[in-house]
Design a binder for this molecule. Structure first.
Ligand code: ZN
Length: 637
């Protein structure tokens, strides 16, 4: 079910609205951030040698991840839950079957915070001594569920817990053998990625990274975890974990280590804390207790709490005074829709150099914000497939992906990334007919070029194929042959514009679209269309793109105008025009326009991302589109 469809169903359901009235009352009591956006709270509880983390979502949904050794549930977790006003947990996650993680769970469930759903890594190879854990689930009427890579625990308003790995397997595919290996149980830990807006945190139990002869699960899972703002050190800062690949890939600003003051394991180890402290992004390493291996980082001596509205976060607790900072990146994957990243150019048949080194693809970002491509997949409809690492395309920028990254060998092309396989063809561009497909990690196709050996598409030799209009669909008529020589430092006798604007570019200019107030439920949000004076008096159309392939197709240029029909559109209004399908208006003498979006007071819309974009009309182009209005993703709250 597409988000928009689900939403429409919900909007039409008065029963759902009646059920949500208590939620509205609750929401009013919740503290909000400066931005007005409700907060996700992550409490790292001081349970000594062990781990316990309480997550409280923006609408009050709660999830406890681990609960320390036996005794810590009663001594620490239960009092903290009561202090937070929590009387029932919506979910419990056990990262792995060691007593410093599961030990307190029976005490919490026994104290009446169930029935709930208890997630763990499954039934395989459970070591002994878990009777108390299993019995407490049954006694509290709770349900036990196996957490698999790819599963998501919803914390409300877009906040969520993603399972990216378990039992040595990754959500991106691939696995590391853990059965029978040293520290097998730790290696089997479930790896959690906490996400809210543009904030991410890693929380992975006692996951191993190869140190001391353990299986290196960290390096397998690092690409799936990607860049985070906050990282909890795996295995209490043990030297088995926090390897260089993991720390560099996650590149955390804030690092938390849950270790005991008198632990017998020497946690945290100097090797692990040294790796973290040497990473340039690290702002602070916060240890809940001083540990036994000498002082490293900043002592908390208490609970450490991170609260975030998805755009910034605040951290502190115990001896540590509160501080805040912005998240470390732009929009997340949630808002990347078809057309936001396009296949702008491809070299499928170079002449100056062999195909085995000279093939490349240029991707372009059509949005005014940077887009990260971590986990995106480039594939054809045969067997070629490569998964992209944490590449970022700057606003309206381009990146070049190539089979070979040496300009002296590849025809003078400066590549941002070389895909795996090289001359043995991890991803090959066929001469003649082939496909180039870009998919989001969840499988949604973002762009697809199907060239056909000259039947309709250009099929040059020694020249790249360029997209004429980056804002229009990838049909044959929108592609032509490069007219400029490659400008790189190499031999460069072929034609193409890798990393530069296309030589036959016809993309209309972009016009900004910005909200003038926060998209708060139950309010009218003014939206400003900011064109230039050259567009004075031009009519414009704005629409919602709340489904993957929205809108009306302009057949002349194969441009999609995002006038996605549906009940949501009837909620929009243009002053003087009454209710219309999408917004319509005219830009003023300075090229600006003002529209208004009426956001219903519907609690289920909290966290929903509303995508808007549009066009400006005028004389000249065949389809009358003289400018394209930016894609704006509004996260309602
Ligand atoms: Zn542990």
């Amino acid at each position: 079910v597409k988000p928009g469809e689900a939403l429409r169903g919900l909007l039409l359901s008065s029963r759902a609205q009646a059920m949500l009235r208590p939620v509205v009352a609750l929401t009013l009591l919740l503290p909000a951030s400066v931005s007005g956006q409700p907060l996700l709270r992550i409490h790292h509880l001081d349970v000594g040698q062990g781990s316990a983390t309480l997550l409280v979502g923006p609408a009050g949904r709660s999830c406890l991840v681990d609960a320390g050794e036996p005794g810590q549930g009663t001594a620490v977790v239960v009092p903290f839950l009561l202090q937070q006003g929590i009387t029932r947990l919506d979910a419990v996650v056990l990262t792995h079957y060691h007593s410093d993680h599961w030990g307190g769970i029976p005490e919490v469930l026994g104290a009446g915070f169930g029935p709930t759903v208890v997630y763990d890594r499954g039934t395989a190879a459970i070591p002994g001594g878990l009777g108390g854990y299993l019995n407490s689930i049954a006694a509290s009427g709770s349900t036990r569920t196996t957490l698999l890579p790819g599963m998501v625990i919803d914390l409300g308003c877009g906040a969520r817990v993603e399972c990216i790995g378990a039992n040595g397997s990754s959500v991106f595919g691939g696995w590391v053998p853990v059965a029978g290996q040293y520290q097998e149980e730790n290696a089997r830990s479930v790896a959690l990625r906490l996400v809210y807006g543009n904030f991410q945190q890693a929380l992975c139990g006692d996951l191993t990274g190869g140190g001391g002869g353990t299986p290196d699960v960290e390096s397998l899972l690092a690409p799936a975890m990607g860049d985070v703002d906050v990282m909890v050190m795996n295995h209490h800062g043990s030297s088995t974990s926090s390897n260089a690949t993991w720390v560099a890939t996650l590149d955390p600003e804030i690092v938390v280590c849950s270790c005991g003051a008198q632990n017998p394991y020497g946690h945290p180890h100097a090797q692990a804390t040294g790796t973290v402290l040497a990473n340039p992004a690290t702002i602070g390493l916060f240890v809940l207790n001083a540990g036994t291996a000498g002082q490293a980082g900043i002592l908390v001596d208490g609970h450490f709490t991170v609260t975030t509205d998805g755009a910034s976060y605040t951290y502190g607790g115990g001896l540590v005074a509160q501080a805040s900072r912005a998240v470390d990146e732009g929009p997340g994957l949630r808002g990347v829709l078809p057309g936001d990243v396009v296949i702008a150019e491809y070299m499928h048949d170079p002449a100056a150099v062999p195909d085995s080194v000279g093939e490349w693809i240029e991707l372009a970002n059509t949005r005014a914000e940077s887009i990260e491509l971590r986990g995106f997949v480039l594939r054809d409809h045969g067997t070629d497939s490569v998964t992209l690492p944490g590449l970022t395309i700057p606003p309206r920028g381009r990146i070049v992906l190539a089979r070979n990254g040496n300009p002296a060998q590849n025809g003078g092309v400066i590549a941002h990334w070389v895909w795996p396989g090289g001359s043995s063809c991890g991803f090959c561009l066929g001469n003649g007919a082939d496909e180039i497909e870009l998919r989001r990690p969840d499988g949604l196709v973002i762009d697809l070029v199907v060239y056909d050996g000259g039947a309709t598409f250009p099929d040059p030799v020694g020249r790249s194929v360029e997209r004429k209009d980056l804002s229009a669909l990838p049909v044959a008529a929108n592609f032509g042959v490069a007219q400029a020589l490659i400008a790189g430092p190499g031999p460069g006798s072929d034609y193409g514009t890798p990393g530069l604007p296309n030589s036959i570019d016809q993309t209309p200019p972009w016009v900004g679209l910005l909200p003038l107030a926060g998209p708060v439920l139950g309010t009218t949000v003014p939206l400003e269309v900011s064109g230039t004076a050259a567009l004075a008096g031009s009519p414009y159309l704005l629409g919602f793109a709340d489904c993957p392939h929205p809108g009306v197709l302009l057949s002349l240029t194969h441009r999609v105008v995002p006038l996605c029909p549906g009940p949501l559109l009837l909620l929009s209004i243009t002053p003087g025009n009454g209710f219309v399908q999408g917004f319509a208006g005219s830009l003023d003498a300075s090229g600006r326009g003002l529209a208004a979006l009426i956001v219903p007071a519907e609690p289920l819309l909290c966290g929903f991302v509303l995508d808007l974009s549009g066009i400006v009309l005028g004389a000249g182009p065949p389809d009358g589109v003289v400018a394209v209005i930016d894609h704006l993703a509004l996260r309602l709250h």
